[in-house]
Write a protein that binds this ligand. Structure first.
Ligand SMILES: [Zn+2]
Length: 362
């Protein structure tokens, strides 16, 4: 939805947090911090496609012919949420746009929360590496026979990068103080937008998993500080009940927050429901290593797990900063959301009358 249009642009730039706090990560020698394993499930709510290697570009990435969501894709999704919610550095800096304080962390002993959790690499000679205190395994499909459907997709109507769409909403400038997120398209559980005839030659054909496939994956964490564990739980569980009012039209949406992963996000693909099924907290490492007595891990499941999750995420849930409010407006999944999402057409971008048009405020 550029201004004065009825459709909605598939993405928005949402404001980042002003402050990025840096400090050394906890490391193994210190035997502090919390460690454990989080068992999760993932269900796709819209078609899901994770591209394979170059030869099999249209096929879903698989291992032994079974679709798999690589841990690296899950990590990318979670890290970018940790950067937004927790206030992290920008690991990439296209155009050198971002102010110095948001630049990628440079020293392994002075890291933002996202780098402490997910790792970083120094540059130059004698570069040190912090491998990250969170590691994520591949997500494995539960059933044996996946069901796919062939989709004809076009990822952008033209190569134009319309600068006004990338300005930060809070400053109205192209200052890099924002991050890109895509809306969910609850109407698109079985279809993608049709492609105009003159552009069909540029379409790409993919076999995506139809909605309703279930995957399992595990997240291991070690030596996390309490605020890092809380952020990790939040970016996995998100929120189950939000209501937001979007834009001047005051479109009211209600529902849970859901993740987005994989290819073709602007077309509505990749919405998924990540659920924490079990948390195993490892006993205090000092006790584990010094005593012969049994290891008392704590396992949270069922109601106790739900109570534990609500307690751990409550501070972030209560956060009404511009960053969190806009994140909720972007990530809410409301099945009654009837908006139409698409990029403006080629001719829209070419029309001089549109050259300064920005996106409507959400
Ligand atoms: Zn960082």
């Amino acid at each position: 939805m550029p201004q004065n249009e009825t459709f909605w642009n598939p993405y928005r730039m949402i404001p980042i947090r002003e402050e990025i706090r840096k400090k050394p990560p906890l490391t193994d020698e210190k035997f502090k911090g919390r460690s454990g394993i989080i068992s999760c499930s993932l269900e796709n709510l819209t078609p899901l496609f994770i591209g394979g290697n170059r030869e099999g570009k249209e096929k879903f990435l698989n291992r032994e012919l079974k679709p798999v969501i690589p841990g690296s894709s899950l990590k990318g999704m979670l890290r970018s949420l940790a950067e937004i919610v927790g206030g992290g550095c920008f690991i990439t800096n296209p155009n050198g746009l971002y102010p110095a304080k948001y630049k990628a962390c440079q020293k392994a002993d002075d890291l933002c929360i996202a780098c402490r959790m997910f790792g970083m690499m120094e540059r130059g000679a004698n570069a040190k590496v912090h491998k990250g205190n969170v590691s994520i395994g591949d997500a494995i499909l539960q059933k044996d026979r996946p069901e796919t459907k062939r989709f004809e997709i076009l990822l952008s109507s033209c190569g134009t990068r319309h600068e006004p769409f990338y300005r930060s909403e809070q400053t109205g400038k192209l200052d890099g103080k924002s991050r890109k997120l895509y809306f969910h398209h609850p109407k698109r559980t079985d279809t993608v937008p049709p492609i105009p005839d003159d552009l069909r030659s540029r379409a790409w054909h993919i076999n995506a998993l139809v909605p309703g496939h279930h995957f399992d994956f595990e997240v291991q964490f070690s030596n996390l500080e309490p605020d890092e564990v809380e952020l990790l739980i939040y970016i996995l569980a998100l929120e189950e009940n939000v209501s937001v009012s979007i834009g001047e039209e005051k479109i009211n949406l209600k529902g849970p927050l859901r993740h987005k992963i994989g290819n073709a996000k602007p077309l509505g693909m990749g919405t998924c429901h990540v659920k924490i099924e079990k948390i195993t907290c490892l006993a205090d490492p000092r006790k584990r290593f010094t005593a012969l007595q049994g290891v008392n891990n704590t396992v949270y499941e069922g109601d106790a797990l739900q109570r534990q999750i609500s307690e751990m995420i409550q501070e972030i849930v209560r956060d009404t900063s511009p960053t969190m409010q806009q994140l909720r407006k972007m990530m809410v999944w409301d099945e009654n959301d009837s908006r139409e999402f698409r990029y403006p057409e080629y001719y829209w971008f070419k029309n001089p009358a549109n050259s300064r048009k920005v996106l409507k405020v959400i």
